[in-house]
Write a protein that binds this ligand. Structure first.
Ligand code: SAM
Length: 231
């Protein structure tokens, strides 16, 4: 049984997908996709030997060796340019995902869809998509086993179409699409984020030399959260 989180990620792959799942761990995502779509093909990339071996055995157990290739290597290094049309990176922090994408930029030339699922720090990915001229076409937020996850989908295109100048910084933090839709899970997440920031403020206030800049940044974000949740 695939997690709801990875099921949702899989929903954003087109049929006949030819994709890379970087940091694939057990290769559950590519196996699920290929079992449900006889035309799909995938490359599962893993940097660590343990997960790489788990991926190999899962693919073998599912008899999918002809359609899923498991490769050992760091990030997008496992890919040849033009080999895949979609890239998935899920279940890591936003800054790590950003780093993997950034170090492998030249492998993304023929990729027309990037699906990322950061556990935290989605903002870093929104920033990277803008810098690298990807349009954020969709965002989703979901809750599973007490955790909140965001899924971001991007494709080459005008990166600023979903942003507005006057609320740009807010949109980077909350997500332009999620900010518009504000589903219940989103509200729940930002209630918790508000409480986290309250704790950070308390810590800063307790320190001998309070970091004023950090304090202002946290306060500003708390004001934004108040605004967003009040509506
Ligand atoms: N993608 C799966 C998911 O969403 O359930 C697994 C997530 S697991 C928490 C993160 C995996 O990414 C680990 O198996 C880890 O070895 C792998 N990983 C971390 N950094 C990586 C990198 N630079 N290149 C490839 N894999 C990486």
């Amino acid at each position: 049984q695939l997690s709801k989180r990875l099921e949702r990620v899989a929903d954003y792959l087109p049929s006949d997908s030819c994709f890379a799942d970087i940091g694939s761990d057990h290769a559950y995502l590519p196996c699920y996709v290929c079992l449900n779509d006889s035309e799909a093909k995938a490359i599962a990339g893993e940097v660590n030997v343990g997960p790489y071996e788990s991926a190999l055995s899962e693919v073998r157990n599912q008899n999918l060796e002809d359609r899923i290739e498991v490769r050992l290597g760091d990030g997008l290094e496992v890919l040849e340019p033009g080999e895949v049309r979609q890239v998935v990176i899920a279940g890591m922090g936003g800054s790590l995902i950003k780093n993997i994408l950034d170090r492998g930029k030249e492998k993304l030339k023929n990729v027309d869809r990037i699906i990322v699922q950061p556990n935290i720090g989605a903002k870093f990915l929104r920033e990277w998509f803008i810098e690298q001229k990807y349009q954020l076409t969709k965002e989703e937020i979901l809750e599973e086993n007490g955790h909140t996850y965001e899924i971001l989908i991007a494709q080459p295109g005008d990166p600023l179409v979903c942003y507005q100048k006057d609320i740009f910084s807010k949109q980077l933090l909350f997500g332009p699409h999620l900010l518009k839709e504000r589903p219940e899970v989103f509200r729940q997440k930002w209630k918790e984020e508000y409480a986290k920031r309250q704790r950070v403020l308390t810590q800063i206030n307790k320190s001998k030399e309070p970091h004023l800049e950090k304090m202002n940044e946290v306060r500003t974000e708390m004001e934004w959260i108040e605004e967003v949740l009040a509506i």
